[in-house]
Write a protein that binds this ligand. Sequence first.
Ligand code: ATP
Length: 216
Amino acid sequence: MSPIGVFGGTFDPVHVGHLRPALELQQQLGLQRVHFIPCHIPPHRGEPHATAEQRCEMLRLAIEKEPGFVLDRRELERDGPSYMVETLKSLRAEYGGQRPLFLLIGGDAFLGLPDWYHWQEIIGLAHIVVAHRPGWRVAGEALPLPLRELLAQHPIREAGQLASAPAGGVWLQTVTPFDISATAIRRMIEGGESANFLLPQPVWDYIRHQNLYRSE
Ligand code: ATP
């Protein structure tokens, strides 16, 4: 059974630092599809700048031509904060107990994992695949103790091992580094600079057309 990727985020807006690593992970790990899941109410940050519908539309425009990338609206259809553990439970119910689920997260998100709601349940529901992100060290002594323990308790020798179990492994994967964030893109636009080429062309066109992220 081919593994399924789960990629959650605020996507405010989606950019190449999300898309290219997701594609590389899909190819490197043999994922049948990747669910892109925009969050409704992010538990750990302020309100997104674009509306849920605008973030969704930007994602749709970004991934519509990539077979195997799917826009998954389940967090938008759920009331309350978007807890990943709930999202994984609903995917698990859909795909059954045996299908390998890979939660894809960037290095910064991994460092914040111990603050996630019921985070210790996640490893029972999915593998955790961490994509290196420039500026964030996800290995060594600087890693917070709960994460060092998580890595020690769920050792994986090589990526190929992951697909033989439905969940339970933690894997750090190198991807092409993009030193880009949605925050930097929003600041650029707010400051009147162009963000062209940091996002797919249709997304950049949409942002301009909707006059998004501009200061009033
Ligand atoms: P913001 O700047 O608004 O916090 P962001 O660019 O970090 O946004 P999110 O939507 O918060 O984007 O991130 C969704 C997921 O994508 C997270 O797991 C995050 O770690 C990952 N991610 C975002 N940008 C990158 C990048 N440049 N390289 C690798 N992973 C990334």
